[in-house]
Design a protein around this ligand. Structure first.
Ligand code: GTR
Length: 436
């Protein structure tokens, strides 16, 4: 033993070997942690569990919701309140003072077929202020106000060719050059604009940076947060702040004659899909919403143990939610609300939920089931719903006022997705009264 210890000590004296041992130790610990973590993620449908979902049409006190009036006056506010107190935190109030400035406008985008407009929103709360930034791209062939898709980071606003459909690259795939990206960006934009839609993207930096230590330096600071730290029990998390930002963009759309504010669709991929759903649940000015691969905390049911769970997401991203949400990690049976009820808050407005085959992390079946279980509210409000009971095969879009598809491929917002969303928008916005 003494000999062994002496041997190790001798080795530890040599810097190169010391580093190697430290690295091996770190790798083993990281490996063990990875294995533990991987073991904790379930991808087996047989092991999902059978936690019952809250009945969207039954009040907490057991009363049935039998008509639209009870839904509107009692049950909808009750569900909204549960999401505010247990999942996302209550949205911040609208700022007392806000104004908009067009800081740049380029009418020559896409060989003159489009206009790019960079807007800053000056916001003041008490004596503190900040400027939120977003970029709006409009088709130049418009004859009146256009419908618009709006989301957070729907495209990279710093790029000269915003890329609304850039798919995430598979590891090992040939690296995309700037030129490839520019080409993909142009094609996607062309598709959206030639169909008569505008598209707008907000930046998170001045709204709420996506960081547990820095998120509070955005708008939260104006509303009283003075230091880092995870959101308190019912305090607005970052998803709530981002959703609030989408409503500020909507405020701008109401002031500009180029956008038809009655035909604005909130859209988001992944964490921004969660955001789009929560924004539209709160702000009924959004005519419709698209959730692309939004997963846990978005369209996927929390009470299913498949892919990312409440425990995993609140550990990795505690700043996204109000503090209370983390209590339900591993105790989902206690959660008084689930994500089908988030979708029900959108009713009677159209909603599109989309999943991808290679995106088990986001639990495609959980996303489909949330859409399906929101349907009773859509039916109560006489606007139809999903129209199917079983999950469709890949690349077979289904639905009506609630629409759904399960696309081949990975976690991304792709050309295929945009094609479906444009058809959905054409279909469902044609009934909305247009114009200003
Ligand atoms: C993941 C997170 C998901 C999803 C995704 C994304 O790390 O676990 O909930 O939001 O990020 O936004 O791309």
């Amino acid at each position: 033993m003494i000999f062994k210890l002496a041997g190790i000590k001798r080795v530890m004296k040599r810097p190169q070997q010391r580093r190697t041992l430290a690295l091996l130790g770190a790798l083993t610990i990281a490996g063990l942690l990875n294995d533990l973590f991987a073991a904790a993620v379930n991808y087996d449908e047989a092991k999902v569990g059978a936690l019952p979902l809250p009945n969207v049409l039954r009040m907490e006190d057991g009363q049935s919701v039998t008509n639209a009036a009870i839904w509107r006056s009692l049950r909808r506010p009750e569900i909204l309140r549960l999401f505010e107190t247990q999942v996302y935190g209550k949205l911040l109030p609208r700022p007392a003072t806000q104004s908009f400035r067009v800081v740049a406008e380029d009418r020559t985008l896409l060989d003159g077929r489009a206009t790019r407009r960079d807007v800053e929103m000056d916001i003041t709360v008490a004596t503190n202020g900040t400027a939120l930034k977003f970029t709006l791209i409009l088709p130049n062939h418009r004859t009146g106000p256009v419908p618009v898709f709006v989301g957070i980071h729907v495209f990279d606003t710093s790029h000269s060719y915003p890329q609304p459909a850039r798919a995430r690259q598979l590891p090992g795939a040939p690296k995309q050059t700037d030129e490839d990206n520019a080409r993909a960006g142009r094609a996607a934009l062309d598709r959206i604009l030639s169909r008569g839609y505008g598209v707008a993207s907000l930046n998170v930096e001045s709204l709420a940076p996506d960081s547990g230590t820095n998120y509070w330096r955005g708008v939260a600071r104006l509303y009283g947060r003075t230091q880092p730290g995870s959101p308190g029990a019912e305090e607005t998390g970052v998803i709530g702040i981002w959703a609030w930002g989408l409503s500020r963009a909507m405020d701008y759309f109401e002031t500009t004659t180029d956008v038809d504010a009655r035909r604005v669709i909130a859209i988001g991929h992944s964490r921004m899909g969660k955001t789009a759903l929560w924004a539209a649940a709160n702000d009924e000015r959004f005519a419709a919403v698209v959730s692309n691969n939004s997963g846990c905390g978005g369209a996927a049911l929390s009470k299913r143990d498949f892919g990312e769970t409440v425990a995993i997401i609140t550990r990795a991203f505690p700043h996204w939610f109000c503090g209370n949400f983390s209590k339900y990690g591993g105790h989902e049976e206690l959660l008084p609300v689930d994500q089908h009820e988030l979708i029900s808050l959108i009713a009677p407005r159209p909603v599109y939920v989309a999943s991808a085959v290679d995106d088990g992390w986001a639990d495609p079946r959980g996303e489909f089931l949330a859409a399906l279980n929101a349907e009773p509210v859509y039916r109560l409000l006489n606007v139809g719903g999903l129209g199917v009971n079983t999950m469709p095969a890949p690349d077979q879009p289904v639905g009506g006022t609630i629409s759904y598809h399960y696309r081949q491929g990975q976690h991304a917002l792709t050309d295929y997705d945009w094609e479906q969303y444009l058809a959905f928008a054409d279909r469902c916005l044609s009934n909305v009264k247009t114009g200003k």
